[in-house]
Write a protein that binds this ligand. Structure first.
Ligand code: AP5
Ligand code: ZN
Length: 216
């Protein structure tokens, strides 16, 4: 199962990738999470990525692509992956096609998460993430049992720097200009599966499994 999750920021890609990757026992590969891990560890890649992420802009393609190439070659990803947040523009999509071709691999499906823009803004500005384990919550839609505390590990819940409203607006602009054209790109290649992602978390999981022929 080699899946790409495509959709605007806040459409629930990360939330769903966790379940779907577990279901098929393949790794969840999120380029955003990899950058954030480097950032918290203070690596040179993290420092470079921060300049772009804080502006809501894309990290340069060459940096992102070589990171993805390394990751899909790891032993745990050889049987499949759920790729969340990549590719994100036409150049990345074309280079990713080349990367897969060289490796004699092919995409199974591209799941396209559809959510109206006002809902995205509400989801992003209310998102909280665990500083320790990265689990995701929402102050209204997915609140933790104790406010500000992670249910999984007891860690502190914080707001992502790029979830401030002005950066959210910038990220949605970048999505519209650079990433949205990939919907047509993958439709032309017969890979696209649109998903109504403006439903409960459980209903979205069900819709994804139905689209890829998995069991709920
Ligand atoms: P990245 O981390 O990929 O962020 P994103 O694409 O903007 O996506 P998000 O993580 O914001 O949203 P999501 O769709 O995963 O939603 P979630 O499940 O959390 O990228 C961050 C930055 O890294 C980029 O801006 C860029 O700088 C850089 N970057 C990353 N990849 C790159 C690339 N390929 N090239 C260049 N640069 C790159 O859900 C959101 C909220 O909604 C949560 O609070 C959740 O609890 C809630 N929620 C989820 N589902 C539901 C539901 N069904 N109902 C109600 N609430 C829900
Ligand atoms: Zn935690």
């Amino acid at each position: 199962m080699q899946l790409v999750f495509l959709g605007p920021p806040g459409s629930g890609k990360g939330t769903q990738a966790k379940f779907i990757a577990e279901h098929f026992q393949v790794p969840h590969i999120s380029t955003g999470d990899i950058f954030r891990r480097h950032l918290s560890e203070g690596t040179p890649l993290g420092q470079l990525a921060r300049q772009y992420m804080d502006q809501g802009a894309l990290v340069p393609d060459d940096v992102t692509e070589s990171m993805v190439a390394d990751r899909i070659d790891q032993p745990d990803a050889l049987d499949g992956f759920v790729l969340d947040g990549f590719p994100r523009n036409r150049a990345q999509a074309e280079d990713f096609d080349g990367m897969l071709r060289e490796r004699h691999r092919r995409l199974t499906r591209v799941l396209y998460f559809q959510v109206p823009e006002p809902v995205l803004i509400q989801r992003l500005t209310g998102r909280r993430v665990c500083r320790q384990c990265g689990a995701t919550y929402h102050v209204i839609f997915q609140p933790p049992r104790i406010p500000g505390v992670c249910d999984v590990c007891g860690g502190e819940l914080i707001q992502r720097r790029d979830d401030q409203e002005d950066t959210v607006v910038k990220r949605l602009d970048v999505y519209r200009d650079e990433t949205a054209p990939l919907v047509e790109y993958y439709e032309e290649r017969g890979l696209l599966a649109p998903i109504n992602a403006d439903q409960s978390v459980e209903a979205v999981t069900g819709a994804i499994l139905a689209a890829i022929g998995g069991q709920v």
